[in-house]
Design a protein around this ligand. Structure first.
Ligand SMILES: [Zn+2]
Length: 88
């Protein structure tokens, strides 16, 4: 029997599509309330996922999905950091 490879899937908070976790950008809020773009994908805390797509970021900002899923107002500089990392 062939082994089934389980790919972890996460939902983008912008377009609500399920994608492979590794294709998504993770924004994390630690239990001390610190917010950052989690490039290692290994930080503990509450995470939100976005496609590597500026449209998804804009949707998530407009619908407040980002603030909602992290239960905090996401600081501008984090949004800019996301924007920059998506432009590359
Ligand atoms: Zn998306």
């Amino acid at each position: 029997m062939a082994k089934l490879k389980k790919t972890p899937m996460r939902q983008c908070i912008g377009c609500h599509e399920n994608k492979e976790k590794k294709e998504l950008i993770r924004i994390v809020k630690t239990n001390t309330g610190e917010i950052f773009v989690d490039k290692s994908n290994k930080s503990n805390g509450r995470g939100a996922y976005l496609c590597n797509d500026i449209n998804c970021l804009e949707k998530a900002i407009r619908s407040k999905a980002l603030n909602r899923s992290l239960k905090i107002e996401v600081p501008e500089e984090i949004l800019h950091e996301l924007e920059d990392s998506m432009k590359e």
